[in-house]
Ligand binder design. Structure first.
Ligand code: FAD
Length: 438
């Protein structure tokens, strides 16, 4: 397939039922609680608020899952690969650290248990998540982190070189972390199904209803656009990257990282019997990230960072097809069919954030390229916190917004780091013959 035949659209838009039954908002309205943003964070929060007997108004600029969630790869992965529980305890103290550990540890399983409980039609595959490691140092880190998670009661495993080569079909890796609770979903369907569950229990969701401004009033907050005004006692900003435009305090607190995501035509069964034969989802632990999963129909979904200079479609398609071939000759016939780009937002700590901007005005932000699972849990915790009159576990996690210094310059940092990792990988390949990540 030539680059011209590649659709610049998300796979999820193609395979997911369209949204119906929601309208945009006009006029002046009152509500106890308003949620800005109908992504995974906002709709998990809305659903859990309805479970607690509340009826939030949700204002979504596009349609549910219209931004990062619907552009994601749909890997359900807790942050257990990245974070060591003992390091979290050391950094954040016993109480707050433990709170983070528990939220992270349970997040993968929680998504799938919610999917089962509510019967969410989102092609769930709880087949396990692999975090393969290429170097001895990466393997040591993976083993350390996995054993720590086990000591906290979470079932994170490790696998050796032979096993990871068999489970990926790639001979690149020396070992891996395996989280049996992880896997993959259709992320757009997941968010739309959360919208169905929330509105089925009393939430009011308005689509194509972007909030332009947030103002303090005598009794709470006013959300404004050119078409509506919503007065609410409590407001939670769950607008992902949009949060930074709604509150000056959040303006420079997260860094953008642009990622190309792509899906191939369905692969032949002979290829699938070798590459990810047990249908795991995977993202390796290298800084020059490599990820793969299948969708329900056997399309391979993979990603590459947006380069700083030339992002022409033909170049990206060529680069990724070459990269697949390079990883396994079996993937030489894989042809990219869908190509899309999304922006993931990186916080300083690479951890979920719940921020109190002012009394009754909160923001939830936990993207960091891995928000599907953790945002679902954070939504549940935020609902409990609001229901209990702003007390409870989440109190421990409340942060003040902290602007990143030299933001303009720093906003290029994620792209610079990933390009540096690519370069390093190439140099290592030249020097040592180690498999190159490209
Ligand atoms: C290319 C890519 C791949 C990814 N892959 C994965 C993955 O495999 N696994 C994983 O766990 N995570 C992945 N992520 C990250 C994941 O998508 C995010 O962490 C998650 O979607 C964040 O959820 P959210 O609800 O905070 O933000 P979003 O999903 O961005 O939702 C925010 C919503 O707010 C709306 N909004 C914005 N501004 C306003 C406004 N002013 N008024 C009203 N509404 C507004 C937006 O339209 C959007 O629908 C990926 C991200 C990208 C970009």
């Amino acid at each position: 397939m030539s680059a011209g035949e590649v659709e610049e659209n998300t796979l999820w838009n193609k395979v997911t039922l369209s949204v119906s039954g929601f309208t945009s908002l006009t006029g002046i309205h009152e509500t106890e609680i308003a949620v800005v943003g109908g992504g995974v964070a906002g709709l998990s929060l809305a659903y859990h608020l309805t479970e607690a007997g509340m009826a939030p108004v949700v204002l979504e600029a596009l349609t549910p899952g219209g931004d990062a969630a619907g552009k994601s790869a749909g890997l359900v992965v807790s942050l257990s690969v990245r974070h060591s529980p003992y390091e979290l305890l050391e950094q954040y103290g016993e109480e707050k650290g433990r709170c983070l550990v528990d939220m992270i540890g349970e997040s993968g399983e929680y998504v799938f248990s919610l999917v089962r409980k509510l019967g969410l039609d989102c092609a769930p595959q709880q087949t396990g998540f692999l975090g393969p490691a290429r170097t001895v140092r990466e393997v040591e880190r993976v083993n350390k982190v996995a054993s720590e998670w086990r000591s906290f009661g979470y079932g994170i495993q490790t696998v050796d070189k032979n096993t990871i080569c068999r489970l990926t079909g790639l001979d690149t890796y020396q070992g891996a972390l395996l989280d049996p609770a992880g896997g993959a979903i259709n992320p757009l369907a997941y968010v739309r199904e959360l919208a169905r569950a929330a509105t089925g229990q009393g939430a009011r969701l308005f689509i194509n209803s972007p909030v332009f401004e947030v103002h303090k009033t005598g009794t709470g907050w006013r959300l404004e656009s050119d078409k509506f005004r919503v007065n609410a006692r409590t407001v939670v900003l769950c607008a992902g990257g949009g949060n930074r435009k709604l509150s000056a305090g959040l303006a420079n607190t997260v860094l953008p990282f642009r990622v190309f995501q792509m899906a191939t035509e369905p692969l032949d069964s002979e290829v699938r019997e070798v590459i990810l034969p047990e249908n795991h989802s995977m993202t390796d632990v290298s800084p020059n990230i490599y990820s793969m999963r299948y969708d329900r129909d056997g399309r391979l979904i993979t990603a590459c960072p947006a380069f700083m200079l030339n992002n022409a479609k033909s170049r990206i398609v060529h680069f990724v097809e070459e990269r697949l071939k390079h990883f396994s000759p079996l993937l030489a016939s894989a042809r990219i069919r869908y190509l899309w780009m999304g922006t993931t937002w990186i916080s300083r700590s690479i951890l979920p954030r719940f921020t109190e901007l002012s009394e009754g005005l909160f923001a939830m932000q936990a993207c960091n390229g891995r928000g599907l699972a953790i945002n679902t849990v954070l939504g549940r915790e935020a609902a409990g916190f609001i229901k209990q009159g702003h007390t409870g576990k989440l109190n421990l996690l409340i942060e003040r917004p902290d602007a990143i210094r030299h933001y303009r310059l720093m906003s290029h940092l994620p792209a610079i780091l990933i390009n540096a990792a690519r370069l390093r990988s190439r140099v290592m390949h030249r020097i040592t013959g180690l498999h190159c990540y490209n």
